[in-house]
Design a protein around this ligand. Sequence first.
Ligand code: UDP
Length: 444
Amino acid sequence: MGHLVLVASPFQGHMTPMLQLGSVLHSKGFSITLAHTKLNSPDPSNHPEIEFLSLDDNFLAIDASANFTKFLEVLNDNCRLQLQDRLNRKIQEAKEDMTAIIHDNIMYSVEEVARNLNVPSIVLRSSSASYMPAFLALPKLHAQGQLPVQDYMREKIVPELYPLRYKDLPFNSTSTKVIKEMFAQSEIIRTPSAIIWNTMEFLENSALTKLREHYKVPIFAIGPLNETARYTSTSFLKEDTNCISWLDKQAPRSVIYVSLGSLATMEEHELAETAWGLANSNQPFLWVVRPGSVKGSEWIEFLPEGFVDEVRGRGLVLKWAPQKQVLAHSAVGGFWSHCGWNSTLESISQGVPMICRPFLGDQFVNCRYLSYVWRVGLELEYLERRVIMTVIRRLLVDEEGEEIRKRANNVKEKAKYCLCKGGSSFNSLNNLVEFILASYSNFT
Ligand code: UDP
């Protein structure tokens, strides 16, 4: 059918949907090569249908608190020429044409590689669509002096971005200089042939409409990819599957699953508030604390004294969970999440209601949509033990939680329908395949 080169970036939340997209497009008949950095490389044994191409990036780790725009600049510089060289060689050796290159939006330099190789370039966006109009509005808000957001403005609605409040804006406390740099970088992405969005029309129709007007190229909403792709682990960290037998022993819908994704960090006092909030809720909990995610610690050495005894038999703390399996487990009654887009889609796909506590970027927008628009989650406003205990009980014990669960199940059913024959994502995926084949013949 054709050969697609996918170019991933070294972030868990971006790698996962790229691998899923590779698996989905392979099932449509394409052969797939996935180029990735050595830093955070995927495990090829989990993806036998994909050929992997590893690029030297010269990075040892990602530091979420460091200068992100600089990181992306170096990443793109390090990968661009190597990728072009490797793909040129591959074409010559295999005497095989390349049908298109699909790249992560932050690997913006790949557009130039595609131009040089004379193939169409398509972008994969792994954030929510609703985040983008807010991101695109930042320069204007900044020019009006509204960024970084002042305390007295936080609860007010941003007039042109209803229902977002100023505090829901992505990068709402980021410095002016960094916002300018981010925009300069996002302008580098100029002429993709199309954009693939890991979302669903019914969920984000209004944002998708705005984005189609803005980008003026076809946008294919083919999500949720976590449901279409063959199930396999896409994690960089080792998944601790022992938690599944622990979940087997818990009552249906009784457990609160807590995970803040691959990048979020917390202070020692926030760890203590979370620990006591969970303990005082009296509900069983499964809590992912990523090694190094508590500032200044290796893992959980800062857990408050007395906590382990207090929750013995009722709670499990682990380093990394098989999240999709956890969310599919009947014992899980709620998901306290940082509202990363993959976690959001995974939760929605299983009808698990959420507690929303965003940390960075698009997560603030996702939190607002989850809690206020789709109404499948409760916003956790303060990381304080009493507030945490209350919100967990509202979700898992109170009648309010039952109502939220009903809505979550309703969204789950609609998401399923999108993927069935005739559903919007099903159709979009077929349209994407046709688009790729047609663009290729126009290029050659
Ligand atoms: N994840 C996981 N186990 C964990 C925590 C997270 O497998 O213990 C996965 C989760 O299923 C999701 C991804 O890591 O697919 C995190 O992506 P997301 O977009 O939610 O957040 P990010 O890590 O980008 O902040």
